[in-house]
Design a protein around this ligand. Structure first.
Ligand SMILES: [Cu+2]
Length: 115
């Protein structure tokens, strides 16, 4: 094999290894609750405050399913998710995507009003 083919094979396998180390499967859970605060109420442009119901399939930052009790907490909203039709007091259901790598992160990928 020519030396440059060997070098490119090594480079490609390094890229694959690094990509796998940083890519993890998205874990998605559903959150039901009531909006308590929206961006502009003194919070970050991508943050909402939600009083949520218990989340039985919530997973912690080690990937262990621990569940989460009902509480009021902030959620980050992903890019492209519009909040313009929502107001405080709205009952909502959200899909939240969680990643453990490269660092723990969670963000809302969809939100809808429910009755
Ligand atoms: Cu919570």
């Amino acid at each position: 094999m020519k030396w440059y083919l060997r070098v490119s094979a090594v480079v490609l396998s390094c890229i694959a290894t690094v990509t796998m180390a940083y890519a993890d499967d998205a874990y998605v859970f559903t959150v039901k609750g009531i909006i308590k605060g929206l961006p502009g109420d003194g919070r970050a442009a991508n943050e909402i405050l939600v009083k949520h119901q218990p989340i039985p399939d919530y997973r912690d930052d080690t990937g262990t399913i621990t569940g989460m009790m009902a509480m009021t907490m902030p959620f980050y909203v992903g890019e492209g998710v519009s909040l313009k039709d929502f107001k405080a007091g709205d009952p909502i259901e959200m899909k939240v995507e969680q990643h453990l790598k490269p660092t723990f992160s969670e963000f809302v990928t969809s939100i809808k009003r429910v009755e």
